[in-house]
Design a binder for this molecule. Structure first.
Ligand SMILES: [Fe+2]
Length: 215
């Protein structure tokens, strides 16, 4: 059964929660588990923002199939971060949707080709700091966050709705813990920033700088 949730204007959360692990990366306690947060923008183009960990593949694809019909195509896949708990379903998704272009940083493209070796080079669209792309009504811009976590990390910002989209376990936003709001008990608000108050100080400084750029 799909559990996709509409969380904003034309925006759906299509991730999954993993309550089986006690330690994230075998180090960080996650008593409530983690959420693998993937999103789908349904505009004139269908845009997938990140995939998920292999352990939740069934739920992820059920959510994706529920929103991208048999007669539709997936136009773009944005890769904010390459680490496998974020991107291990990228190959299968790219295989199932052969027309989808992969949007990521140049560094991420290199890493994807090294890690996965399953996507043709011609399918990549690399973005750098401040690049913009329109998907219809929604215009996105991309901010780089090199070495806040890994060197290839970007965050994606929907200028139209003022929504920042980044992955759960990017320390930039310190999103290791499963998000209560994904239970559906807390509404997402327009312009939300998916960070929390215990974000690391250096990350907060970096993020504040990025927020100034995004305004
Ligand atoms: Fe990571």
């Amino acid at each position: 059964m799909n559990n996709a949730r509409k969380i904003g204007e034309d925006l759906y959360w299509i991730g999954a929660s993993d309550r089986r692990i006690n330690l994230f990366e075998n180090i960080m306690p996650v008593p409530q588990g983690v959420s693998y947060n993937a999103y789908l923008l349904k505009d004139e183009k269908n845009v997938l923002i990140d995939t998920s960990d292999n352990s939740v593949s069934e739920q992820f694809f059920e959510n994706l199939y529920s929103l991208v019909g048999d007669n539709e195509k997936l136009d773009y896949i944005i890769v904010n971060h390459v680490e496998p708990d974020h991107s291990s379903l990228l190959c299968r998704t790219a295989y199932e949707y052969p027309e989808a272009k992969i949007i990521c940083s140049a560094q991420a493209q290199k890493m994807i080709l090294q890690f996965f070796d399953c996507i043709a080079t011609e399918r990549f669209i690399t973005v750098k700091e401040g690049d913009k792309m329109s998907f219809g009504k929604h215009e996105f811009t991309f901010c780089t966050a090199p070495m806040v976590h890994w060197p290839e990390v970007i965050v994606s910002y929907d200028i139209t709705t003022k929504t920042l989209l980044a992955r759960r376990s990017t320390p930039l936003l310190h999103q290791h813990r499963r998000q209560v709001r994904h239970t559906g008990t807390e509404p997402f608000e327009k312009g939300f920033c998916i960070g929390n108050k215990d974000a690391m100080p250096t990350s907060r400084t970096h993020l504040a700088r990025k927020h100034r750029l995004l305004r």
